[in-house]
Design a protein around this ligand. Structure first.
Ligand SMILES: [Zn+2]
Length: 182
């Protein structure tokens, strides 16, 4: 983690030993609002002494404590408004070029989903936990992964025009970050 956790932050952690990441919005008071995986929808969540009393579930949107969210994995913060080169080098699904809304708006959007004022599935066509968190942060879904590839490709292309060796190095970095660090 590169900085202190603040309410309104988009956080994520590994799942299934790094096979994929799970995302949510930290709303303060040690609690996280997230779009749960389908597997958890059917059964009740296991008892937790920290969030047991505060746990709220609306469909697939749930409010749980950080411990329940992390399931023993390391907490990471998803950064917004990062410079293009940082965005190119970092693994996709860990940061965005787009800017975050003010924290109180981010938290309010997450609460609206939790309270059923917004519907992730039908109103916003949000399909996964990352979409949900990005929507809360920016007000639109966007696809970080797709735009990441497009931005990276254009940066590499631009660098290649100026200096083929730089372009190659950037491409190498990008490929490494895409496939080895995942
Ligand atoms: Zn808990």
């Amino acid at each position: 983690m590169s900085r202190r956790l603040e309410p309104g932050d988009h956080i994520y952690c590994k799942r299934k030993g790094g096979l994929y990441d799970h995302h949510g919005i930290y709303v303060g008071d040690y609690m996280v609002i997230h779009l749960q995986g389908k597997a958890k929808k059917s059964g009740p969540l296991p008892p937790c002494q920290i969030c047991g009393n505060k746990r709220v579930i609306n469909g697939e949107i749930a409010k749980v404590c950080i411990d329940c969210f992390l399931e023993g994995e390391t907490l990471e913060i998803y950064d917004y408004g990062v410079p293009v080169l940082t965005f190119t080098i970092r693994r996709s699904g860990t940061c965005s070029r787009r800017h975050s809304k003010p924290p109180y708006e981010v938290i309010q959007t997450a609460i609206d989903f939790l309270q059923g004022k917004r519907s992730a599935r039908y109103d916003m066509l949000i399909n996964n936990c990352e979409d949900f968190a990005i929507f809360c942060k920016t007000g639109s879904k966007g696809s970080a992964q797709v735009s990441g590839v497009l931005v990276a490709t254009s940066v590499i292309a631009a660098a290649s025009l100026i200096c083929p060796a730089t372009g190659l190095a950037l491409a190498g970095n990008y490929v490494l970050s895409k496939f080895l660090r995942r």
